[in-house]
Design a protein around this ligand. Structure first.
Ligand SMILES: [Zn+2]
Length: 155
């Protein structure tokens, strides 16, 4: 059994949240859905908000995407794309049951990575900014600044 706690707003990494947001926006260029809300969670040994039999890094539930904190950039992007596809499944009433829903979400995340040009892990955020600017609209300077800082610098 894995136990997770949903983070409070002030605990969320701005950079991680922005990466997930950019990935969702770029994914939505093809999905065209009403984008779900987003929360982050972490493993806990104390009081938990979520319990799962297997460890998870993401979850879609009640029009909200949940993502575990502290993922490497490329896994975070993959997870955001995967979970937003579950939102699409829900809104379009497609692939409603496992294992088809999981296969479809995994496939979508793979296609998403190909669509943004299969960047290397260290370049994936830069690439997301470029694709987001081309397809959805420019990314403002302070967002770009936060995004291009390396992980550890903000902690
Ligand atoms: Zn899934």
């Amino acid at each position: 059994m894995a136990h997770y706690r949903v983070l409070k707003n002030q605990e969320i990494s701005e950079r991680e949240n922005l990466i997930a947001e950019l990935a969702s926006e770029v994914a939505n260029f093809t999905l065209r859905i009403h984008l779900p809300n987003r929360s982050f969670f972490e493993e806990t040994s104390g009081a938990s908000d979520l319990k799962t039999t297997e460890p998870i890094r993401g979850l879609y539930q009640l029009h909200r995407v949940f993502i575990i904190r502290g993922l490497p950039d490329e896994i975070l992007v993959d997870t955001a794309a995967h979970e937003v596809r579950h939102a699409w499944q829900h809104q379009k009433q497609k692939f409603r049951w496992k294992p088809q829903s999981e296969r479809d979400a995994e496939m979508f995340a793979r296609e998403f990575n190909i669509a943004i040009g299969q960047p290397s892990p260290s370049k994936i955020v830069e690439r997301l900014i470029t694709v987001r600017s081309m397809r959805v609209g420019d990314v403002c300077a302070w967002v770009r600044n936060i995004l291009l800082k390396q992980e550890g610098e903000l902690r």
